[in-house]
Design a binder for this molecule. Structure first.
Ligand SMILES: Cc1cc2nc3c(=O)[nH]c(=O)nc-3n(C[C@H](O)[C@H](O)[C@H](O)COP(=O)(O)O)c2cc1C
Length: 352
């Protein structure tokens, strides 16, 4: 067996950065040389992540833009690792609190009341943090900005293969139209409450046979589910109409195969473009559910780990609903999985 056949990660990336730290950083490895990097496109994706009805005050401060510091020259990738940073526009106000130097220690902005629905409780035990800010800062969804920038680069690679992507919101609270979404969000905001929602992400024009049925860790449905499920606040992922699998019969669920002018065609796509862990030539359709934002203005009951008494959860500037942004993050995560699959299927050191 050749190395390529067992290689699972060809497009890889890591990110670093705290929510109120100086900047977010990402390093991508595995990009072919010669790929055009359109900075405006990356910035427009970052803008999409920051927009949407129901976002909190922070979005007005941030206005993210990317700076690429390595791996490209005159707009094209070099084949070397690509490094990017996104500066936190609010850093000036946080540099005392988030200082990296030991002698600058301060407990201003420390907090001790676990926020239900967040990483605080388990994270403080796992990493032995007393000040829960040490958990909040990295567990926050702020890091998804770096992922969206990486995802934008993955999308630029996919575009070379004619692959495109879109997403939409299917549900927020009890609403199913944009007007209803806004009403639901206004109502939740008024009540100091929050909302989640359901999203759908579609990728078109994928070649047949990305992923594989030969091993569990090469099945593309599994790889996509992992990438989307680990987006902060996403609690359910399904492929195509997977969520209807318990109620529909086989005749109604499966996409029959027909011949039209000598071509294989389908009239339905309940499978969401994946059969046997592989793309089957139909559109890839992924649905996901985001839970309601856990930080509530009208706070939830919790325990203060310092005083060991019951109290109200810590509130810090927060979104009422971030479903639109969540869809952008999910798109980016899937784009990275697909870019990896494309690089595995069509290994190449450069693009012409
Ligand atoms: C784009 C986006 C924005 C988010 N904004 C907030 C927010 O403003 N306040 C908040 O409490 N949680 C927010 N979350 C959700 C939390 O980050 C998430 O629920 C928390 O880290 C716990 O992780 P888990 O829900 O995956 O278990 C956001 C998530 C995403 C994807």
């Amino acid at each position: 067996m050749g190395d390529m056949e067992i290689m699972l990660e060809r497009f890889r990336f890591l990110t670093a950065g705290e929510s109120h730290g100086e900047c977010l950083t990402a390093i991508i490895e595995g990009l072919p040389a010669g790929l055009d990097i359109d900075i405006n496109f990356i910035n427009s994706e970052l803008q999409r992540r920051q927009s949407g009805y129901g976002r909190g005050g922070r979005m007005k401060i941030e206005s993210d833009t990317v700076k690429i510091t390595s791996g490209i020259r005159f707009g094209k990738t070099l084949g070397s690792p690509l490094a990017l940073i996104i500066e936190n526009k609010d850093w000036a106000n946080w540099q005392e609190i988030m200082n990296t130097a030991a002698e600058k220690y301060t407990d201003e902005k420390a907090f001790y009341a676990y926020r239900p629905g967040h990483a605080d409780y388990a994270g403080s035990i796992k990493y032995n943090h007393k000040d829960l800010r040490n958990v909040l800062e990295r567990s926050s969804a702020r890091k998804t900005a770096a992922e969206v920038a990486v995802g934008a680069i993955a999308k630029l690679l996919l575009k070379q293969y004619g692959i495109t992507c879109s997403s939409r919101i299917l549900q927020i609270g009890n609403g199913e139209t944009e007007e209803e979404f806004h009403k639901e969000i206004d109502k939740a905001k008024e009540q100091g409450d929050t909302l989640g929602g359901k999203i759908e992400i579609t990728f078109n024009n994928l070649p047949i046979g990305l992923g594989s049925y030969v091993h569990w860790d090469r099945a593309l449905d599994g790889r996509i589910a992992q990438a989307v499920m680990s987006v902060p606040a996403i609690k359910s992922v399904s492929i195509g109409d997977g969520e209807l699998g318990a109620e529909l019969s086989g005749r109604n669920f499966h996409d029959e195969i027909f011949l039209e002018n000598g071509e294989i065609i389908r009239k339905t796509n309940h499978a969401g473009g994946l059969e046997g862990g592989m793309t089957n030539g139909e559109a890839l359709v992924v649905k996901a559910i985001m839970k309601p934002i856990p930080t509530l203005k009208s706070p939830l009951n919790t325990v203060d780990s310092f005083t060991m008494t019951e109290t109200s959860s810590h509130f810090e500037r927060s979104d009422t609903c971030a479903v639109e942004a969540c869809a952008v993050v999910a798109e980016a995560r899937i784009a990275c999985v697909l870019a990896n699959e494309i690089m595995l299927k069509f290994p190449s050191d450069y693009i012409e």
